[in-house]
Ligand binder design. Structure first.
Ligand code: ARG
Length: 478
């Protein structure tokens, strides 16, 4: 039934085995068709390891040179998509090692000294994720800038502010958009925090217990741009917290994007009529000629579910795993890769879309007028005239009921009519009943007064510009 392994079929680890794996098992256990995404990081890690091995005298200069030139060839083959990936070599690490040995002979076989695929894969994922995280932070900064730009154009555009999706108080669109800038800035901070714990080097942990070779882990750390080395070999090879943390930061980021999506979708519905998203980000209907659908925000809202799903997948993957490395961990890659790609794409498309939104300022203002949005201002006015707040609340409720019956806004009621509700009401009431009077009065840090919004947006921009320099520097050094 089972054939003996021939030399050409032999797996790297086949010395101990007397029967080969079946095709089905081979396919089931292989990861090469997805982990080949790690190839360039695998090479980067190997080159640093080889250099350190030669510096401590374990690898000859000649072998190091051979490894370096072999890796250059392999890198080119991969970049040109000429590299022959093979299922027989199961994963990215063994594929590259096998090709290296084909190219340079015994020196290729010496590369793996003092290393295991367990610390190798942990290092590769960290290098990959660090690069992706840096790129995603850059996209996020660009998105925040786009959001600030739109907000600045509308720092004094009046719209209804909602609670329970019922008109509550007038606000400015700039203020509303700045709320998203704040969410995204927190996402940026969270990613930065994730980066700190991610950026510690696992190499040197070997399979699980460390290695008897006197490896210089700090040298590899330096060569690969890590901030520190991991402090426990068992933890090192089995830890995937950094992937979970990244997916957790990503989930929250996607939740913010889905909240913004939901608002854009609502605002574009003719019932709201607040905005129109550019044609480039919408599609039509194959049956209803009048339709223009906000596909991009709808998809982003949907894709948030996908990213949250990946987080759940990874948490469940790690749950109850005994120390140290288990093959389960091979399942970390696809959810992680998909999270990275989904988040990166969503951020870029949102950045572009925010630059292509037409705002119908009249509809926004009209909606604020219709919703008795200045009722709180009337109550505050009465309080300032000496009426206790609870009584003021009651008086205004009655006035709103009256206005509702007449189907007019509060500022359309005559002074005599208003005086029926409270004798404290004077002519100056009309200043607070106007929408701009209302927003201008909320003039404290964090408030919706255009003056405050302008200031807050400038502060966001200053912080973001500083962060941009850090991101650019990081990416230019990789
Ligand atoms: N392909 C494996 C993974 O992704 C690499 C590590 C395998 N180590 C092992 N001892 N089988 O996790």
């Amino acid at each position: 039934m089972h054939k003996k392994i021939t030399l050409s079929q032999a797996k790297t680890w086949s010395g101990r085995f007397s029967v080969p794996t079946t095709e089905l098992v081979k396919t089931y256990t292989a990861s090469v068709f997805f982990d080949k995404k790690l190839a360039l990081f695998d090479i980067q890690g190997s080159l640093a390891h080889a250099q350190m091995l030669s510096e401590i005298g374990i690898l000859s200069q000649q072998d190091l040179k051979a490894i370096q030139s072999g890796m250059t060839t392999i890198k080119k083959e991969i970049e040109r998509e000429e590299f022959q990936w093979s299922l027989d070599s199961e994963d990215v690490h063994l594929n590259i090692e096998r090709r290296l040995t084909d190219l340079i002979g015994d020196a290729g076989k010496r590369l793996h000294t003092g290393r295991s695929r367990n610390d190798q894969v942990a290092t590769d994922i960290k290098l990959y994720l660090r690069y992706q995280l840096d790129t995603i932070q850059l996209h996020l900064i660009e998105l925040i800038s786009a959001c600030v730009l739109l907000a600045q154009q509308h720092y004094d555009t009046i719209m209804p502010g909602f609670t329970h999706l019922q008109v509550a108080q007038p606000i400015t669109l700039g203020h509303h958009l700045h709320a998203y800038c704040e969410m995204f800035e927190r996402d940026l901070e969270r990613l930065e925090d994730c980066r700190k714990r991610l950026n510690r080097l696992p190499l040197g942990s070997a399979a699980l217990a460390g290695t008897s070779y006197p490896l210089n882990r700090y040298r590899v750390m330096e060569l690969l741009g890590f901030d520190d080395i991991t402090r426990n070999s068992l933890d090192s090879v089995s830890d995937r917290d950094f992937a979970i943390e990244f997916c957790s930061c990503s989930s929250l980021l996607m939740i913010h994007l889905s909240r913004l999506s939901e608002e854009l979708i609502l605002w574009m519905s003719p019932r709201f009529g607040f905005i129109e998203i550019g044609d480039a980000f919408c599609t039509g209907s194959s049956i209803m000629p009048q339709k223009k659908n906000p596909d991009v925000p709808e998809l982003a809202r949907g894709k948030s579910g996908r990213v949250i799903g990946h987080l759940m997948g990874l948490l469940t993957l790690m749950k109850s795993q005994p120390l140290a490395y288990n093959k389960d961990n091979q399942e970390d890659k696809e959810p992680l890769f998909d999270t990275v790609e989904t988040v990166a794409q969503t951020l870029q498309v949102f950045r572009d879309m925010l630059g292509d939104i037409k705002v119908y300022t009249d509809s926004m203002r009209q909606a604020a007028r219709e919703g008795y949005a200045t009722a709180t201002d009337l109550a505050d006015y009465l309080v300032k005239k000496g009426v206790p707040f609870r009584d003021a609340h009651e008086i205004v409720a009655k006035a709103v009921l009256h206005a509702e019956k007449k189907e007019v806004d509060l500022d359309a009621l005559s002074l005599t009519e208003l005086k029926n509700f409270s004798t404290h009401i004077e002519k100056d009431v009309y200043q607070v009943l106007t929408l701009s009077g209302s927003v201008n009065s909320r003039d404290l840090p964090g408030g919706t007064a255009p003056k405050q919004v302008k200031k807050a947006l400038n502060q966001t921009l200053t912080r973001i510009k500083k962060r941009l320099l850090i991101s650019q520097k990081r990416l230019s050094s990789t």
